[in-house]
Design a binder for this molecule. Structure first.
Ligand code: ADP
Length: 284
């Protein structure tokens, strides 16, 4: 669905390009995560892909069509929810949805269904300026999908949400994917990425050194370990061992034979650990 080849983008006032020849593909009906620290080039990529930044080099095609040649009709297929909600603050939630819906000619979701789904039906007649950050994020999300786009761009969709609304939104995103939507997600939240993404790309300094599924990255780079908490001289101590060769690891065997064990857990490398191992940089 999306094909990006040798994309190079430089801002007019910057010496170093923000995107340095990046290439990747996003398949139909997949959630593709773009992960990287602040300033890596994630928003710039998203702005090129949504037709906001036009004078790029290389090629960016959505369904075979170069984004520079988009016409108005093409935007009916695309939904965009960037991190800072672009809503009209003096308008109510319902008025915002009605206004944005008027931009599209295609079939739309029922507003009541959408507002109820994200827990905002009771607040539908309040001006958005009275909404908390989390309420604005939820409204901004349904604003982006109300015209049933085939391709959805999301930027930090769970930012500012409490755990239960974050769960609700993530389930909603997965359901959209299962029903046929292709989703391009930028985030520096590794837990979200791990839970949601079919594949992730690591972005650093305008380049993409790694693209793979979270599972494969963990298999490739993750070192499974066992964390053990035990009492020694009345003190609680913690030690970590590699699972490899554990049965013949004398230090481990001594420890479990001679100490009172409090807890033992195996642990996998997180995407955050892998990002650091691969790029040498912290995510945030
Ligand atoms: P991210 O979304 O990963 O935080 P950005 O795409 O916003 O990264 O930024 C990538 C690089 O481009 C950074 O070095 C940033 O300073 C620069 N940049 C972003 N927007 C502009 C702009 N409007 N003008 C000049 N430089 C910019």
């Amino acid at each position: 669905m999306i094909r990006v080849e040798n994309l190079l983008y430089s801002y007019a006032n910057q010496g170093v390009p923000a995107l340095k020849n990046i290439s990747f593909k996003v398949n139909d009906q997949e959630i593709f995560g773009f992960l990287g620290p602040s300033g890596a080039g994630k928003s710039t990529t998203q702005k090129v892909m949504t037709g906001i930044l036009k004078n790029y080099q290389g090629s960016v095609t959505l369904k075979g069509r170069e984004v520079n040649n988009f016409n108005k009709q093409f935007y009916e297929n695309i939904g965009v929810a960037f991190e800072f909600p672009n809503l009209y603050l003096k308008f109510t939630a319902l008025e915002n949805l009605a206004l944005f819906a008027s931009f599209y000619t295609c079939e739309k979701y029922d507003f009541q269904e959408l507002l109820s789904r994200v827990g905002l039906w009771e607040d539908r007649n309040l001006p958005v300026e009275a909404f908390s950050k989390g309420m604005r994020m939820r409204l901004n999300f349904i604003r982006a999908i109300l015209h049933k786009p085939k391709l959805l761009f999301l930027d930090e969709p769970t930012s500012g949400l409490d755990p239960s609304n974050s769960r609700m939104l993530k389930d909603f995103i997965l359901e959209l994917r299962d029903n046929g939507t292709t989703i391009f997600l930028t985030t520096h939240n590794m837990t979200d990425a791990d839970e949601l993404c079919d594949r992730v790309a690591f972005m650093i300094d305008g380049q993409l050194p790694v693209i793979d599924s979270p599972e494969k990255l963990k298999l490739q780079h993750g070192r499974k370990t066992l964390k053990i908490r035990y009492k020694a001289d009345m003190q609680l101590e913690t030690k970590e061992f590699s699972l490899h060769g554990l049965g013949s690891n004398n230090e481990f065997l001594q420890l479990i034979n001679h100490n009172e064990i409090e807890t033992i857990h195996t642990q996998e490398a997180t995407l955050e650990d892998i990002f650091l191992a691969v790029t040498g940089k912290q995510l945030s």
